[in-house]
Ligand binder design. Structure first.
Ligand code: SF4
Ligand code: SF4
Length: 66
């Protein structure tokens, strides 16, 4: 599982500050944060920390779950 940030993100920065892998940063578009799937270890900390529930589980990288 990787974390994925939806458009509900209000750019509070909480997830980026608590991610143990430093996998979250402002997106290039500047209107939301985004997860670097190459760094995310799926710990789920950001999902629990987001105040607006903008972060969801992304299982698209797993077999049999396209
Ligand atoms: S699931 Fe864990 S490692 Fe992945 S982005 Fe969230 S806090 Fe970082
Ligand atoms: S904690 Fe939620 S609202 Fe705040 S920057 Fe991260 S995804 Fe966006």
């Amino acid at each position: 599982m990787k974390a994925k940030i939806t458009n509900s993100c209000i750019c509070c920065g909480t997830c980026a500050s608590i991610c143990p892998m430093g996998a979250i940063a402002m997106a290039a578009t500047g209107d939301k944060y985004e997860v670097d799937p190459n760094k995310c270890i799926g710990c789920g900390a950001c999902i629990n920390a987001c105040p607006v529930e903008a972060i969801v589980e992304d299982h698209s990288d797993e077999k049999g779950n396209q």
